[in-house]
Design a protein around this ligand. Sequence first.
Ligand code: ZZB
Length: 259
Amino acid sequence: QEYTGIKCKVEKWSEEAEKQLAGKLTEGASVYMVPATLRPETMLGQTNLFVSPKITYGVYQVSDKEYYFVTERAARNMAFQGIFPSWGSFPKVADIKGSDAIGTLVQAPLSRQGSVYVVPMDTIKETKGTGVVTSVPSDSPDDYIMTVDLAKKAEFYKIKPEWVSLDILPIIETPSYGNLTAPALVKKLKINSPKDAKQLAEAKELAYKEGFYQGKMIFGEFEGRTVQDAKGLIRQRLIDSGDALVYCEPDGLVMSRSG
Ligand code: ZZB
């Protein structure tokens, strides 16, 4: 599986993460949270970053000036893809629990807001991607229903209501689901909660297919292009500007056994 890792630079840490990092980073360095996505063309619609409260992430040094916040598993994979300077090594400077990173403000390249808040998502799998997920509620049913739940139960999730928004920017139009594919599918399949795993899996499949084969960009620089065309163009644009990296992981046997 070939993912695009989006480099989301931390602008302001949550209080808890800030404490845990004190004295551990080199002067003037930046930390990037790196969500892994299969849909770089949707980055215009990012509204949040999700981490799992249950996962412990590491902060890994990739150069004098840069650190990545990802799972240990992802850091190890990256170390064998030339992402770290020394083959096979992925020096860790700190551990941070997902729950302690909630409320951190990060830059989200290409997004309308520019910066977005880190909020919790319990269904993130440690065995896939980087364990960090970028939220695109317009086109990902999982992200949309999670955002609805967060907005409804801010106190329960220990977030501030203003960290999430249901004012969702339409970025892609499809014949079957209009210009907000994820909300349309959530309604159609009567999905009420992030725990409706079976319907969410089906909605995701439908959204992927319809978006990829029938989707057209209706916002941003590539407005009017098909999703199939825009995907590669936007991905390359992000890589050229230094805002993204290619991250691969083996699928099949190895992954299904460990996951
Ligand atoms: C932004 C995005 C926008 C995504 C969209 C999807 C969609 P898959 O399909 O199962 O291989 N993701 C990444 N890592 C994880 C994780 N560890 N646990 C749970 N979800 C994760 O998974 C790839 C997609 O699932 C990724 O692409 C990411 O969300 C999320 F409009 O990034 B995506 C119809 C889907 N639309």
